[in-house]
Design a protein around this ligand. Structure first.
Ligand SMILES: NC(=O)c1ccc[n+]([C@@H]2O[C@H](COP(=O)([O-])OP(=O)(O)OC[C@H]3O[C@@H](n4cnc5c(N)ncnc54)[C@H](O)[C@@H]3O)[C@@H](O)[C@H]2O)c1
Length: 407
């Protein structure tokens, strides 16, 4: 670690998520020193060096690991690279932030967890959204643990991707490697947000039974070169969010969906709750007020519902457990942020921005020698909820989880 209370960082992957969120944060955060950027498309590394002020740039990741004077690596490349890149970083003694998914099977996830533990380095595994890193989720978990819902009878969640923008745009508009290729894990592994939210509120998972398949093989995406054009013209490092642009660009490049794009999982939680989780994409808008599928939890003593304009709301017979009860009989948590609507529902100013908070968390954990909240144990469990769904679907049998968490 650098002696002056900063962590020296190298970023691999100068793609959309790096330029929209991580690099602007690292550039501004006083405890981070952005040493190096790396991308095999050299124009992207060059643009990021120019925009975000990294001192060095690399085209080869292993070269960066070897030569750059860094304490930590942010792995922001396509999912197929997450396991080998994290293993190499851990072996070189670097701390790691791993973008989602940690891995697309348990072999990879276990290899990552073992390597991080053996090296004694810190790892933050994305996504940290809907986890205890967000104080409102920590509160909800405490309330549920304290019995505000009684015994949970059932829950449901549909993570179908945003539905708020134009026709035909509801699958990812770009990113063959990141979202469509076989080693990306498809939309199931693109959306670990769903199992993350379930575990954050209800605790560890015990088993999964699932049906998973590819429902739509042919897609069209915006050609990757459009991002290069966007980046080469970008001049404001704090406003380099390609999502704002890509949703309006014509999709002309055919791609094949090679991995699961639609999975129905029935989860049994360690405390006995059972519920359904649908992860997939829809391709047309929904009528406002219909569709969607935010998390709903129904218990013997109360209900916890997300949505309806609130971040979350609880009604309970055990009102003494609630921080407050409003005139309508509910405890509401209102959404933070300035309420502005992005074309793509990314964090609005003032709301919990998981990319920023994960970066801050990793850096603070390194500096203070603390174990991250969203660590490899967390990542292993969430990965197993998705990998278990694939296995259950393939075998036609229930998959019993081998990992657990103390949440
Ligand atoms: N785009 C988003 O809004 C978003 C949101 C949440 C999470 N993510 C996750 O972030 C990761 C990256 O997604 P993205 O949307 O930024 O993808 P992207 O395709 O825009 O960026 C990935 C970058 O990695 C580079 N790359 C690929 N292989 C490499 C290698 N071997 N060495 C060096 N560079 C390499 C590519 O050239 C590309 O520039 C994925 O894991 C995705 O799941 C993306």
């Amino acid at each position: 670690m650098a002696g002056n209370g900063t962590v020296r960082v190298g970023v691999v992957g100068c793609g959309v998520v790096a330029t929209a969120y991580y690099l602007p944060f690292l550039m501004d955060y006083e405890k981070a020193d952005l040493v190096a950027v790396c991308d095999l498309r050299e124009g992207r590394a060059e643009a990021c060096q120019r925009l975000f002020g990294a001192r060095e740039r690399y085209a080869d990741y292993y070269d960066m690991i070897d030569k750059a004077d860094i304490d930590a690596v942010f792995v922001l490349t396509a999912p197929g690279t997450h396991v080998p890149f994290t293993l190499a970083a851990a072996e070189a003694g670097k701390h790691v932030l791993i973008q989602k998914p940690m891995a697309t099977d348990m072999r990879g996830a276990r290899a990552v967890a073992d390597a991080i533990r053996a090296a004694g380095v810190k790892a933050v595994v994305e996504p940290s959204s809907s986890t205890a890193l967000d104080p409102e989720y920590a509160l909800l978990r405490d309330l549920v643990k304290n019995g505000v819902l009684g015994d949970v009878l059932w829950f449901s969640l549909a993570s179908t991707g945003p539905t708020t923008y134009g026709p035909g745009l509801s699958s990812n508009p770009y990113g063959q490697d990141a979202f469509y290729a076989a080693d990306s894990g498809g939309f199931l592994f693109d959306l670990p947000y769903a199992p993350t939210q379930i575990v954050s509120v209800l605790g560890a998972c015990k088993s999964v039974s699932a049906q998973a398949k590819i429902t739509r093989a042919d897609h069209k995406i915006v050609p990757e070169e459009e991002y290069d054009k966007f980046l080469s013209h970008a001049t404001d490092p704090r406003n380099a969010n390609y999502w704002d642009v890509v949703v309006d660009l014509p999709r002309t490049q055919p791609v094949k969906m090679e991995a699961v794009d639609n999975a129905y999982s029935l989860y049994e939680m360690a405390d006995g709750a059972q519920g359904a989780c649908h992860v997939g994409r829809i391709f047309h808008p929904v009528l406002p007020g219909t569709g969607g599928g935010s998390l709903q939890i129904y218990g013997t003593e109360g209900n916890l519902l997300f949505g309806a304009g609130y971040m979350a709301s609880i009604i309970s017979t055990r009102t003494e457990l609630l921080p407050e009860v409003e005139d309508d009989g509910w405890f509401h948590i209102r959404p933070r942020g300035d309420g502005s609507k992005a074309k793509w529902p990314q964090p609005t100013p003032g709301a919990f921005n998981y990319y920023h908070e994960s970066s801050r968390h990793l850096i603070e954990c390194i500096l203070e020698d603390r174990e991250p909240i969203v660590n490899v144990d967390w990542g292993l469990h969430i990965t197993e909820m998705m990998a278990g769904a694939i296995e259950s679907s393939a075998t036609g049998r229930r998959y019993d989880m081998t990992t657990t968490l103390d949440v």
